[in-house]
Design a protein around this ligand. Structure first.
Ligand SMILES: [Fe+2]
Length: 224
C-alpha cells in the first residue's frame, strides 16, 4: 500500500495528465498519520499506553494506508461499477482517518488541562442545551454505551437548530453533513478493551478526565 501511495504523489507528467482526464473527481494524494499531540503514556491512568500505542500506530495507520490505496484506485479511472464498489472502502478508511485525527486532538493529559471545562461559551451552551454538565455527560454516556457493536459517540453542533446534540454513528458513517463534531468518543473495542474489557461505562466515565474541552470550545466557536 505504501508503494502505491508513494507513486500517487510522484506520477509522471503523462500519468498525471491521463489521470486528470480519466478521473477528475478524486485526485490521489498521500495521507499521512498525524503525530499525537502528547506521549503515548500521557493519558494514563485513564487510557493506557498500550491502548494508545496500538490505536494510533496500528489502527489509525491502517485507515491511512487504506485511504491512500482507495484514492489510488479511483485515480486509475475506474468504471462506474468499480467506483461504486470503492465507495465503501473510501467511507471506511476516509471516515476512520478523519474521525481518529479529530479524536487525538479532543483528548489531553489530565495534568495539561484534560477534563477541565472552564466557564465560557462551551460550558454555557452545554448548560443551556442539557441542563448541566453532569446531565450532559450522563446522557452522552448512556447513548454511546447503547451502541450495538462498534461506533462513535459525538457531541455535535446542529447548525439548523443552533443547538448542541448527542449523536451516535455506527462504524465509520459520518454525520458531518448535519452536525459539526465538537467532541467525538471512539467506542470501538480497540479503544478500550485491553484496559476496560467489556465494561463500556467504566471507559466512558474515565474518558471525561482527559477530554480536551479547550479544543472542543474552539470547534464550537468556529462554527457558531
Ligand atoms: Fe479507533
Amino acid at each position: 500500500m505504501f508503494s502505491l501511495a508513494r507513486n500517487a504523489v510522484r506520477p509522471s507528467r503523462v500519468a498525471r495528465a491521463a489521470r486528470a482526464f480519466a478521473a477528475p473527481s478524486i485526485v490521489a494524494s498521500l495521507h499521512t498519520l498525524p503525530d499525537l499531540p502528547y506521549g503515548y503514556n500521557a493519558l494514563e491512568p485513564f487510557i493506557s499506553e498500550e491502548i494508545m500505542t496500538l490505536h494510533h500506530k496500528k489502527h489509525h495507520q491502517t485507515y491511512v494506508n487504506g485511504l491512500n490505496a482507495t484514492e489510488e484506485a479511483y485515480a486509475k479511472g475506474p468504471s462506474v461499477k468499480e467506483q461504486i464498489a470503492l465507495q465503501a472502502a473510501l467511507k471506511f478508511n476516509g471516515g476512520g482517518h478523519i474521525n481518529h485525527s479529530l479524536f487525538w486532538k479532543n483528548l489531553a493529559p489530565a495534568n495539561a488541562g484534560g477534563g477541565n471545562l472552564s466557564d465560557g461559551p462551551l460550558k454555557s451552551a452545554i448548560e443551556n442545551d442539557f441542563g448541566s454538565v453532569e446531565e450532559f455527560k450522563a446522557a452522552f454516556n448512556a447513548k454511546t454505551a447503547a451502541i450495538q457493536g462498534s461506533g462513535w459517540g459525538w457531541l455535535g453542533y446542529n447548525s439548523t437548530t443552533k443547538k448542541l446534540e448527542i449523536v451516535t454513528t455506527l462504524t465509520r458513517i459520518l454525520f458531518y453533513v448535519s452536525h459539526t463534531p465538537i467532541i467525538g468518543v471512539d467506542i470501538w473495542e480497540h479503544a478500550f478493551y485491553l484496559q476496560y474489557k467489556n465494561v463500556k461505562p467504566d471507559y466512558l466515565n474515565a474518558i471525561w478526565n482527559v477530554i480536551n474541552f479547550k479544543e472542543a470550545e474552539k470547534r464550537l466557536v468556529e462554527v457558531q
